[in-house]
Ligand binder design. Sequence first.
Ligand code: CA
Length: 663
Amino acid sequence: MRHRTKLRRTPRALAYAAGIALTLGLIAAPAGVATPQRSAQAAVQAQSEERFLEMYDELKTSGYFSPEGVPYHSIETLIVEAPDHGHQTTSEAFSFWLWLEAQYGRVTEDWGPFNEAWEAMETYIIPDFQPSSYDPSSPATYAPEHPQPNNYPSQLDFDAPVGQDPLANELQQTYGTQQIYGMHWLLDVDNVYGYGECGDGSTRPAYINTFQRGEQESTWETVTHPSCETFDFGGPNGYLDLFIGDEQYAQQQRYTTAPDADARAVQAAYWALTWANEQGNGGQVAETVDKAARIGDYLRYAMYDKYFKEIGNCVDIDQCPNGSGKSSAHYLMSWYSAFGGALDGAWSWRIGSSNAHFGYQNPLAAWALANVDALQPDSPSAVQDWTTSLDRQLEFYEWLQSAEGAIAGGATNSWGGDYGQPPAGTSTFYGMFYDEDPVYHDPPSNRWFGFQAWSMQRVAEYYDVTGDERAGALLDRWVDWAMSETTINADGTYQVPDNMTWSGQPDTWNGTPTGNPDLHVDVQSYTEDVGTTAAYARTLMYYAAESGDTEAQNMAAALLDGLWLHRDAQGVSVTETREDYNRFDDGVFIPNGWSGTMPNGDVIEPGATFTSIRSFYEDDPAWPEVEAYLNGGPAPTFNYHRFWAQADVAMAMADYARLFPEA
Ligand code: CA
């Protein structure tokens, strides 16, 4: 490890969380594009690789990892956003870790950490559950989704017709196992809840899940439960009958993938392969890259409708045709896929997802899986599927690009999650219905600028690698919009978009972009959030590297310098004012007559609140601030250090040094 000179600053305010509006204590300056001095750009270039190594070292030594070597969602324990505790982790965090280690291998020629990160992923977050008795002609029993948590449990409908799973047989033949090679999305790393593994109460990290009850179930309204359900905790049926109505309940396991994270792992492997090959070190990552191809093989489940119904105008579960062959593939990266089965092996199931959010698309990963020999999956139809997916994803962005240039939400093949009838005149994409906020509405899923930056960064990488002008055309308009909404102040501070609202809808897709004159975005608030800013700066960089747009490059350099103003002892952070933490008091719906207990004895019954079933939070060092807020005091403030955000900032620094070596 290179010796580093560490800037020690008093921790400053930090801020932000997915989709949460912030009060920054700053008045957003009028949007405008500043042109930094060339000297500033040169300074960024000279320092950025050093900054990467500083942050890398901090990520390894400052509390970001558990004793097992698993990255936490954040250093801080009291944090509620998609995870409901900071010492949980996500497949997202693992994927950012892999990406970080790819950059580290490029800079240092040490590929050991990249391979070790993949091994940790296999050990801790790819379930070794071996389903049996899976019947691809009957993948799952239908349970309709509902608008509100209090509409649950959802009754299983054993008579509803579902389609066929066209992947299972070829995956079985290719790999000789029914194990799904994909990450579950959420772990309780410190076993804070106490579920452990399959009822043992102690194994850590522990597989858990939260969201089960439709688009209005925010994190604040969830009941965190074990992925392996043994009825040792919760009620007589464990937690199953909070979510699913059945005649009798069986002990079972079930896991849910987040396709953007698995795709990001493939993306990381692409870069590791590329950079290791440039060094003549390709053999050092070959085994891991082969595993990335395998994850890409299974990631195809995300391309399918939830119940394998035909794609397009799929209204009414009884009327919409069942898919056969690949007619149930939308070829997009949907919100999840999931799988599970009885502990006694009597049955198992798999589902895709009908909902596609533009923010989860990853054309770089799709391109690599289709075109890079070492990453092409082994199953016979996989390369063709990824080839189709790449084109479909690019079309999806084209369909969803607003008049201003920002990308709107997405589409669903199952309106309302129950194959409902959308409003007359709803725009369509291959017969799927436009959805302004796919999957979740509390908060609205396309309010957050971070999805713009995350997703378009992948488009920009794809553009830089391939030169595809379709990507270039998308980025020309997106970058113009984003830069027009970004402020670089004379003192080096900055403001990037935070929350947005949407109006109108895209034109129905007919194969050619129309400019979507009736689809509009409006930026509601601005932020200094470090993760969002890093992803955005990286988008500008990759775009500039291919297009030669020096204004985009200059703004990226200015944002990197601005990020460095937020340096603290553990990375970079800004102060977040969490007005949403009044929701620690939120009621959690529990059906009348239902009663159970959490592993720590917290009672689960009607009248429960977010905190009443998470009493461990009252022992958290940050609790007094939250408690004071709940008692009428000011909203609490935190400087959070999220693993993904720190990794993204570090990689932004590394990218700049690589992409602009002559600056
Ligand atoms: Ca809600």
